[in-house]
Design a protein around this ligand. Structure first.
Ligand SMILES: *Cc1c(COP(=O)(O)O)cnc(C)c1O
Length: 361
């Protein structure tokens, strides 16, 4: 078996130990005679798998008891609608912070359900930094404040958690959840599509404070109502059972690795090494993001001469480094370096970058 270093933004690399365990258990989960894929979601085997996964993610993030953890479908994109449908509660407006591509999508979707106040935007600086909180124009009567802690495409990450007082803070953490410790109590609601830093595609994690459940707008489809999912333990309908199981294996892996404080230390080191390689290239490689707001998870960079992009990518592929092509909207390169990207992958990428610069710089 040959594994590459996969820098995809999502679906993304999973820990090899997790894949090996899933493979070993694939046809017969722990003597049940069944694959997890074949199990009833209401049977005792899957109920145990589901409960263990929830307990482990609660332990990892130290989630307070007054929050529900929901295992849903529809991706972060469904949450762009579910958040306003459940949290607006007749309020005239909702505050959104615009820091890039994913913020814009969340804002556009929220606009279908009522007025949106873009309380701050990083557009003037071409989305290379985050607007300082003193510049935010929050509406005191807004239903909630929504932001994107890590912009997966722009590679811009908030190095701080906003303070929104009594207003509930809502965060799209699709590409950063579980990358470092988090004070969940600061948030009203956190959501994340699993396929970046949690597990396989098809699963969406929602962490929501109890008082924000139960206020869905009239006419909200059942599948878009947090209360329906919370009351049914995320089993109102058939959940994405296999993705839930693999996410559970990832949670176990994270616990074995020492939890999120240990992951943060590794992630910080991985990111620092890669940015140092870019910054010390004399402009051959370039990352435009404000150093304070550089993402630990998604590292976009350009080559001084874009005509060399294809050759760079070809050489990378030959060295076992794949999915480095930047997002179609920005071009260049992007290295996504989630929890499951080993430090050896960073070392191999840096080696390729230095070698390529020696040849073509
Ligand atoms: C990938 C991503 C999304 C979209 O997720 P889907 O699961 O494809 O709906 C939304 N927000 C952020 C920050 C993302 O990284």
């Amino acid at each position: 078996m040959t594994r590459v270093f996969n820098f995809s933004a999502g679906p993304a690399v999973l820990p090899e130990e997790v894949l090996q365990q899933a493979r070993a258990e694939l046809p017969d989960w722990r003597g049940s005679g069944m694959s997890v894929m074949e199990m009833s979601h209401r049977g005792k085997e899957f109920m145990a798998i589901a409960a263990k996964a929830e307990a482990d993610v609660r332990a990892l993030l130290d989630i307070p008891a007054n929050y529900k953890v929901l295992f849903l479908q529809g991706g972060a994109t469904a949450q762009f609608a579910m958040v306003p449908l459940n949290l607006r509660r007749g309020k005239k407006s909702a505050d959104y912070i615009n820091t890039g591509e994913w913020s814009k999508k969340a804002i556009a979707e929220a606009g279908k359900f009522g007025a949106v106040n873009v309380a701050a935007s990083a557009a003037a600086g071409n989305f290379t930094t985050v607007p300082p909180q003193k510049e935010w124009r929050l509406d005191p009567d807004a239903a909630y404040v929504h932001y994107t802690p890590n912009e997966t495409i722009g590679g811009v990450e908030f190095p701080w958690v906003p303070d929104t007082g009594a207003a509930s803070l809502v965060a799209d953490m699709s590409s950063t959840l579980l990358s470092r410790p988090l004070d969940v109590a600061r948030f009203g609601l956190i959501y994340a599509g699993a396929q970046k830093n949690i597990g396989p595609a098809g699963l969406t994690l929602v962490i929501v404070r109890d008082d924000l459940i139960g206020g869905a707008a009239a006419g909200t489809p059942s599948m878009f109502d947090y209360k329906i999912h919370a009351d049914n333990g995320s089993m109102y309908n058939t959940p994405p059972t296999y993705a839930w199981y693999v996410a559970g294996l990832v949670f176990e892996w994270l616990k074995q690795k020492g939890g999120l404080a240990a992951m943060a230390e590794i992630n910080e080191r991985k990111a620092r090494r890669l940015y140092a390689c870019i910054d010390s290239s004399g402009g051959f490689y370039r990352n435009p993001v404000d150093p304070e707001c550089r993402s630990w998870m998604n590292v976009p960079f350009t080559l001084r001469d874009p005509a060399l992009d294809d050759e760079f990518l070809k050489g990378a592929k030959a060295a076992g480094l794949v999915q480095l092509k930047g997002h179609r909207s920005v071009g260049g390169m992007r290295a996504s370096i989630y929890n499951a990207m080993p430090e050896e992958g960073i070392a191999a990428l840096i080696e390729h970058m230095r070698e390529f610069q020696r040849k073509r710089g």
